[in-house]
Design a protein around this ligand. Structure first.
Ligand SMILES: Cc1ncc(COP(=O)(O)O)c(C=O)c1O
Length: 327
């Protein structure tokens, strides 16, 4: 995300496909002042063998986005299928032949002062070439953050609300400035929640363990992929339960999952090695399975993917419908 962005990349904004440099919002936009936006992150992986890009579970991502928008009472009238069609068209127009990150963003767009939101909503979809988010060939060093994870009754972390990401930004900034690759946030009860932009898994005695959905975490789609792969492909037992901070120091393996992050091992936590400080076997295998699935190499998981070149979206919106969806 830190690489320079081509200002001529085509984005979907105001119901039209326009160059990024034309997609502007006013300084008084409600979401800019009060964080009243909801975003998503979707990956498309390039596969050399089939010369195609594969969107990873785009329908689930757009359905989650629309549900989360509902929490903030932002109306995205397009269906998940229509949003997929817009995204496929967007990627085709950009002619990307590399890994891509798709960023849908819906927001309160009224230009005025005053925190109480009204019914003026807008959305945009941006697609950019995107490499590794965390550079982790040898595994990551994570640090437990002094910042606590937001509580559901403050700003729901499951909702990917723009303003909630101040919590992630504070933790991530602190972690990086302290020499860590990523932050691990605890909730107010002191239990492990997740990373700044990713879910967390731990292996103890052959069991794969992750905090439950009610532990102030985002209900990650990559998390779900990994749980399915572990159960079906490796026959591993998966437990959703609270994790103590000190379990991070005594577990056998630790890894992070997320659309941007992928599946990446944590080999040190708070200056302590995880087991022997090497990437663990289950982590390595799940990582490999996930990336094989994401490139369309595992027949059983092709249902997760929407190919961009050979996409058959249920409804290709015409130009009029596309314009209407923008409002
Ligand atoms: C706070 C947080 N947790 C977890 C995740 C992982 O979710 P997903 O796998 O759906 O991308 C993300 C990224 O979207 C995130 O921002």
């Amino acid at each position: 995300m830190k690489a320079e962005v081509d200002p001529n990349v085509v984005v979907y904004f105001g119901g039209q496909y326009v160059p990024l440099h034309e997609a502007k919002v006013g300084i008084l936009t409600h979401a800019l002042h009060y964080g009243t936006g909801v975003f998503e992150g979707i990956r498309a992986y390039w596969d050399d063998d089939s010369q195609d890009l594969y969107l990873m579970r785009p329908v689930e991502h757009f359905e989650r986005w629309k549900q989360n928008c509902g929490i903030l009472r932002i109306d995205v009238s397009a269906t998940a299928q229509e949003l997929c069609a817009i995204t496929v068209e967007l990627i085709r127009r950009n002619n990307f032949r590399t890994n891509v990150y798709v960023r849908p963003l819906a927001y309160k767009c009224a230009e005025r002062v005053g925190v109480s939101p009204d019914d003026q909503d807008a959305f945009a979809i941006i697609a950019l070439p995107f490499g590794d988010y965390l550079h982790a060939e040898k595994g990551l060093h994570a640090g437990v953050s002094a910042w606590r994870r937001l509580e559901d009754n403050a700003i729901p972390p499951r909702a990917k609300i723009c303003g909630a990401y101040v919590n992630s930004a504070l933790a991530s900034d602190d972690a990086k400035r302290s020499g860590f690759d990523e932050a691990i946030l605890l909730d107010e009860s002191g239990h492990v929640a997740e990373g700044s932009t990713c879910n967390l898994f731990m292996v103890r005695k052959g069991v794969l363990i992750t905090p439950p959905a009610h532990a102030n975490v985002l209900e990650g789609i990559t998390r779900d992929c990994v749980m399915q792969l572990a159960q079906r492909e490796l026959g591993v037992r998966v437990e959703e339960r609270m994790i103590d901070r000190s379990e991070l120091y005594v577990c056998d393996e630790l890894f992070l999952t997320g659309t941007a992050v992928g599946v990446e091992a944590v080999v040190r936590v708070d200056h302590r090695p995880v087991k022997d400080g090497e990437i663990g076997r289950m982590t390595q295998t799940l990582r490999q399975l996930y990336f094989e699935a994401a490139r369309g190499h595992l027949a059983a998981y092709r249902k997760w993917l929407m190919p961009v070149e050979h996409a058959q979206t249920e409804s290709e919106p015409g130009q009029e419908r596309v314009a209407a969806l923008a409002s």
